[in-house]
Design a protein around this ligand. Structure first.
Ligand code: SAM
Length: 233
């Protein structure tokens, strides 16, 4: 199975975006942080919108929003949530990073993705930014939220950031992580929902290749994630 099909299969029956807490209070705080970085615009595309847990909080701030996801179960949840929250300005599209572009008929001020880029390889991110730049208005921004930082994620995984970290626990977790990594790679399956970690400098190089300047900002709510904010240079 190809990498992208592995993830499609992984998300085919998922119903939530895997946020640290699923309470509306937390989602609303996360959305406020993201709205700060999105910083305006009228038309927004949310790639990998999942169950629209953030998208519905973006809705009051935009004229028109499009949510895209390759998981039918996620989009079903998104539809229910959009109805419940009475958002009238959101359209949903079932597509992946390749098929999405042919389904769009207009451009955007903001193209964003939260917790999605880790399911793409560097080559796919490169192609995504190249395609996105063709659908981005002149003063638009591409804002990729919550990318796993390849320098911090392994440390978080072995429990280095936890309150009760000690040498023994870290050693046990390291052993466990090592075993899980080997067994999932033998089964050609993803290790967990979080996907692959990407070094911010490599993402920045890709951005610059496509004529964007990138600012890297730490995530407020996840110690091991960062946001990549791209402007036309
Ligand atoms: C961790 S969830 C985050 C959902 C949402 N952005 C949020 O923050 O609540 C990742 C989402 O990206 C979607 N996804 C992953 N890779 C994708 C791809 N190549 N094309 C479209 N959707 C994708 C998954 O189906 C899933 O809904």
């Amino acid at each position: 199975m190809s990498r992208s099909n592995i993830w499609k299969d992984f998300f085919k029956d998922k119903k939530h975006g895997g946020h640290r807490y699923s309470s509306e209070d937390f989602l609303s705080m996360e959305a406020r942080e993201k709205l700060f970085h999105l910083d305006g615009g009228k038309r927004l595309l949310d790639f990998g919108c999942g169950a629209a847990e953030l998208l519905t909080y973006y809705a009051p701030e935009y004229e028109q929003l499009v949510g895209v996801d390759f998981s039918e179960s996620m989009l079903e949840e998104a539809s229910k949530r959009i109805k419940k929250k009475k958002c009238q300005n959101i359209d949903l599209i079932l597509a992946d990073h390749e098929t999405l572009w042919e389904k769009l008929n207009s451009s955007f001020d903001r193209i964003t993705a939260a917790g999605v880029i880790q399911y793409l390889t560097f080559q796919e991110i490169d192609k995504f930014i190249s395609d996105a730049s063709k659908y981005l208005n002149e003063d638009g921004k591409i804002v990729l939220f919550d990318i796993l930082d390849s320098r911090l994620y392994p440390l978080w995984k072995i429990g280095l950031f936890s309150q009760d970290a000690n040498g023994f626990k870290i050693l046990c977790k390291t052993g466990f992580e090592f075993r899980t990594a080997i067994s999932s790679s033998l089964r050609n399956r993803p290790k967990d929902i979080l996907g692959f970690a990407h070094n911010p400098y490599t993402v920045e190089k890709i951005a610059s290749k496509h004529g964007f300047r990138m600012i890297c900002v730490r995530s407020m709510y996840y110690e091991y994630k960062y946001h990549a904010i791209m402007f036309r240079a």
